[in-house]
Design a protein around this ligand. Structure first.
Ligand SMILES: [Zn+2]
Length: 481
């Protein structure tokens, strides 16, 4: 069967479960074969040109943005307290962006985020392309005088950033096939055999229809622990795709295209990718491909390298990172924007962020905490109103339990980046770091990577000399689960 017929056949939606399973299985086989072919190609190419890297000699240059300003108010070494002004208002940075995958967060409404004073949230192109669908959003856009498509749809007046679908190349490998043209997905949903060929042009066109304030280039995402040949290949391809994204972006006066630095944990490659990014004069830049199994020591070094080489006067966004300690360390290394689903995902498992590490609400000891909130230092609606005992009792019996914990966790991260910002503005960074790290790890001690990264960020870490040193992969919440 020709490839064309194969795809045509699969594009016919069927409601038959058995057929669906066969379809998905066939697609997965195709995906595996394609990956095998590609890795054979990598190896033969690398034998010819070991780890050579070439980028287009004439990069696409983005015009200066007319719909983004980035004002740096104060710095502490590489860390900055800034204001990012976008079409839907100003955003104080550093900022954490909550994730509303299909235009809605799990458990929280837009009005909840507004009450938390959240100014920028994230939504996913891949998911929106399937539901409600590209054509639906395009129509919504046109019905609203060419503005506010996603904002109007989800009743959110503040800013939206959409990812490009690149992350799903890495997270949905079994239902995607990658080529130079783009990546073909079959829907992840059960009983849905729809396909989408996500090319750089298609990703930008969908994001143009979505109407988000910041749109991301389609990048070839692989995990940082992939082979070096794959990392070089994906990094090169990401730059070629970036040029296609810049060329096809139709709404440069309304939406800001960010480039994404790839390069795994190879610091030289990250430096080269940053230099290529800068040539293209984009409104902002992201560091992608992290949190994929690399060590924490490699993780902070990649962030540190990228913030050394990305332009000083443009916003920098670290994709998919959202543990409290990561927000502190990476803000101090010069990152301005973060996003992560962990805050709401871990809430659904009954875990709450606190200044003293993650706490599991279903622990027996919480039964009797009638007068104590989740975090006595938190001033969110949940902590002001409800005791740990109340949350303990409703968590397993009522879906509102996960909603209340999600509210607290998102608020906690928004407040945390706000505290980092205040400490930069008030020249109290060292005081903030000492208070935060001492409480977060307590007497258990602090991982060496945190000490190393904070020292590199220019913080006074003498207070940590007395702390016991924990394994680098230790997270403050591991012992709480
Ligand atoms: Zn709270």
């Amino acid at each position: 069967m020709s490839d064309n017929n194969f795809l045509q056949k699969k594009r016919k939606k069927t409601n038959n479960n058995n057929n669906n399973n066969t379809e998905k299985k066939k697609f997965q086989e195709k995906s595996n074969n394609e990956m095998l072919k590609q890795s054979e190609k990598f190896i033969s190419e690398c034998k010819k040109h070991p780890l050579s890297i070439t980028f287009p000699s004439q990069p696409e240059i983005h015009p200066d943005s007319k719909c983004l300003t980035f004002t740096i108010h104060k710095t502490f070494n590489k860390a900055r307290a800034s204001t990012l002004t976008l079409p839907h208002g100003s955003v104080p940075t550093p900022i954490y962006m909550p994730v509303g995958t299909k235009g809605a967060m799990k458990g929280l409404l837009s009005c909840d985020l507004e009450r938390m004073n959240c100014k920028l949230m994230l939504s996913n192109t891949y998911h929106l392309a399937f539901e409600p669908g590209d054509e639906f959003l395009k129509q919504n856009f046109e019905d609203n005088n060419n503005k506010n498509a996603i904002h109007n749809y989800m009743k959110w007046n503040n800013n939206v950033l959409t990812d490009s679908g690149g992350f799903q190349i890495a997270s949905l490998t079994s239902i995607s096939v990658r080529s130079e043209e783009g990546v073909e997905f079959i829907s992840h949903a059960e009983n849905d055999n729809r396909h989408i060929l996500l090319t750089p042009e298609k990703s930008i066109s969908i994001q143009n229809n979505i109407g988000s304030d910041i749109i991301m280039c389609l990048d070839d995402v692989i995990t940082p622990i992939s082979s070096i040949n794959e990392i070089y290949d994906a990094c090169e391809r990401s730059i070629r795709w970036l040029d296609r994204c810049i060329k096809s972006h139709k709404k440069k006066d309304m939406q800001n295209l960010f480039g994404i630095v790839q390069g795994g944990i190879d610091l030289n490659l990250r430096e080269i990718a940053c230099t290529e990014m800068e040539k293209r004069n984009l409104p902002g830049y992201a560091i992608g491909g992290m949190a994929g199994g690399e060590s924490k020591e490699d993780f902070w070094k990649v962030v540190d390298t990228c913030t050394n080489y990305l332009p000083f006067n443009k916003p920098r966004y670290l994709m998919g990172i959202g543990y409290p300690i990561d927000l502190v360390v990476c803000s101090l290394l010069g990152v301005d924007m973060f996003d992560c689903v962990f805050a709401t995902r871990t809430a659904r498992f009954g875990n709450a962020f606190t200044n003293f590490g993650l706490r599991k609400i279903s622990k027996e000891e919480n039964k009797y905490c009638f007068d104590e909130p989740i975090d006595k230092e938190c001033d969110c609606e949940v902590c002001k109103k409800y005791s740990k005992s109340y949350l303990y009792y409703i968590f397993n019996k009522n879906p509102r339990g996960a909603v209340l914990l999600s509210f607290h966790n998102v608020y906690y991260l928004l407040r945390l980046v706000g505290r980092i910002r205040e400490s930069i503005l008030n020249e109290k960074v060292n005081e903030f770091v000492e208070e935060f790290v001492s409480k977060y790890y307590g007497e258990k001690g602090c991982p060496q990577w945190v000490v190393n990264a904070l020292r590199k960020a220019g913080c006074d870490v003498r207070f940590l000399e007395q702390f016991p040193k924990l394994n680098d992969d230790y997270e403050s919440f591991e012992n709480e689960n």
